[in-house]
Design a protein around this ligand. Sequence first.
Ligand SMILES: [Zn+2]
Ligand SMILES: [Zn+2]
Length: 290
Amino acid sequence: MESKSLPSIATQEPAIRIDWINSAVIVLSPLLAIAGAIYAVRTSGFALVDLGILVAFFILAGMGITVGYHRHFSHLSYEAHPVARFFMLVAGASALQNSALAWASDHRDHHQFTDGPKDPYNINKGFFWAHMGWIFFQPVTPPDFANVKDLKRDPLVMWQHRNYLAIAILSGFVLPTLVGALFGRALEGFVWGGLVRLVLVHHSTFLINSAAHIFGERHHSEATTARDSWWLPFISFGEGYHNYHHSYPSDYRNGVAWHHFDPSKWIIATMEKIGLAWNLRRNRRQRAAA
Ligand SMILES: [Zn+2]
Ligand SMILES: [Zn+2]
């Protein structure tokens, strides 16, 4: 009987160390958001403008991730005007989820190695790991970004990568504080548009890596754990049709039917209408559906 030594799957998992900065952000931001919200409500109540700032910056950061980081930069599902790309990079940075280059590199690994040891948010390591546990760690060897060579040649992407932290602080915290100040509510702008908004956007994104690999149906393929969820799209700007997305990752849509709630798809289609996006990619078999 022929015996072949197969490479051990377990040894493919990269060595990791704790990332103290990531850990501090993920642990402290919800605590600061709760403390800040309690303080703000006690001292000045909750005004309509606070809600407006919270919703506006939630949409900007969330769509910066879904329309920008995810569908444009990670999957190249459409091409876009430099002005739109700049806007997406600034809005995406405000979500404090790393630079577009690093995010796309992790995400391309997630698609290439789904559910395996090299999947950064491997659901087989449990809900908590896929949701946020993986963020507490970094590979011991710095990433070589070999899977994002196209993005490394992109001056706009590299500008954002080099200046990520400054852009994230300006767009994610300074800007909502300034908008609040216009209404005499600078602290409230910081609390609702900065801190509370950040925590909501984090977990909106994280749920796609955790819940969307556990709850729902596999309408298109059973090759991975990715699921189509009826409720996740409503809190993730349309990203919850995750079985479809893993089956056809370069489609600019995640929800392909007309009744699917996919605001990211609608924004990209609107960008196409006004000349800010082009070459929108569709899975051929689903072309007639949207
Ligand atoms: Zn996934
Ligand atoms: Zn994806």
